[in-house]
Design a protein around this ligand. Sequence first.
Ligand code: NAD
Ligand code: UDP
Ligand code: UDP
Length: 329
Amino acid sequence: MSENHRVVVVGGVGFLGSHLIDRLIGDGHWVICLDNYFTGHKRNLAHLHNHPRLETIRHDITEPILLEADWIFNLACPASPIHYQYNPIKTIKTSVVGALNCLGLAKRIGARILQASTSEVYGDPDVNPQNESYWGRVNPIGIRSCYDEGKRCAEALFMDYHRAHDVDIRIVRIFNTYGPRMAFDDGRVVSNFIGQALRGQPLTIYGDGKQTRSFGYVDDLIEGFIRLMEYTGDDCNEPHNIGNPGEFSMLELAELVQELVGSNQPLDHKPAPEDDPMQRRPDITRAKRNLGWEPTTQLREGLERTIEDFRARMRSGESSSYSRRRRPR
Ligand code: NAD
Ligand code: UDP
Ligand code: UDP
């Protein structure tokens, strides 16, 4: 791989962004991280403090910005339902206006640009597994639509900038991803279950717990990002699913987390959230064929590493980072 790309990572102090920056810095690139610190935290990049090839800028991507770069990764957007539903209008602005600004920037400077899209574009799917040609089943006016439709609109913008202005785009549809550095108070199921099990609290199951998800380990995802960014085949501008095809119910996940933590708490059943998808599993045929990519970390091993990270952070006294007082406008 060629060294010394200038890379902009928007949303770079978040969970996935910080792992991506670790990889880019490790590969010898120069990185500019942009973030408004809504759900991301400085501690995620503290180990790179003063690194000569990393610059961090507090910037809200709903505002334009002038920079020079070879690659842009757009990861800006709160990803957990409690975060993206907190200020849904801001979530839509971040996905739509943020994508527009990133694309305007990419067009002006001729940069290649990757959009962190999501399996949520498939909504509550009526086919399983989902491949990239499935158009999805999304409620356009529900409480998840600020996220789902924002991401769908961002994909449309990416494709239109590609068709109209020949911008060199990549779109990755990310399935549920977990790993070290997930925020304790994230609200997503893996961080909830691990936090609850380690604190000796009951694990909260929303609905009957039979709904399924496919959980991908963060290192596998980042490998997929880099391979897609470097891929230049005929269909490189088409969306690519990146996820682990292993499919688990929330009851199965709870049982596995309890076993790995060594806890035996009861389950605390709560009502299912509105529009909660019942199933989700990626068809990764395209990524396998084009990128030679497939996940290498299975759920048990990835959870063990994540539990280890949560334990260490709890021992070091890290507290929750998310505060409603810091809600961005
Ligand atoms: P995260 O919340 O940890 O990271 C998002 C980052 O974007 C945070 O650092 C946040 O402060 C920043 N941000 C939010 N709004 C912004 C704005 N207006 N301007 C600048 N920065 C802003 O979440 P994550 O899990 O790291 O997700 C990263 C991206 O990947 C998101 O776009 C998300 O939609 C996508 N994604 C993640 C998953 C997953 O399972 N983790 C699944 C599908 C898609
Ligand atoms: N933009 C930006 N940085 C740039 C170039 C553009 O933030 O280097 C923003 C620009 O302000 C606009 C968006 O990207 O809001 C789309 O830009 P484009 O040139 O495609 O459209 P136009 O400015 O003509 O609406
Ligand atoms: N969930 C759960 N208990 C929790 C948090 C989430 O049972 O403490 C369920 C949630 O209802 C959903 C699944 O776990 O069916 C995944 O939720 P998450 O928010 O992690 O991801 P998403 O719904 O966005 O895929």
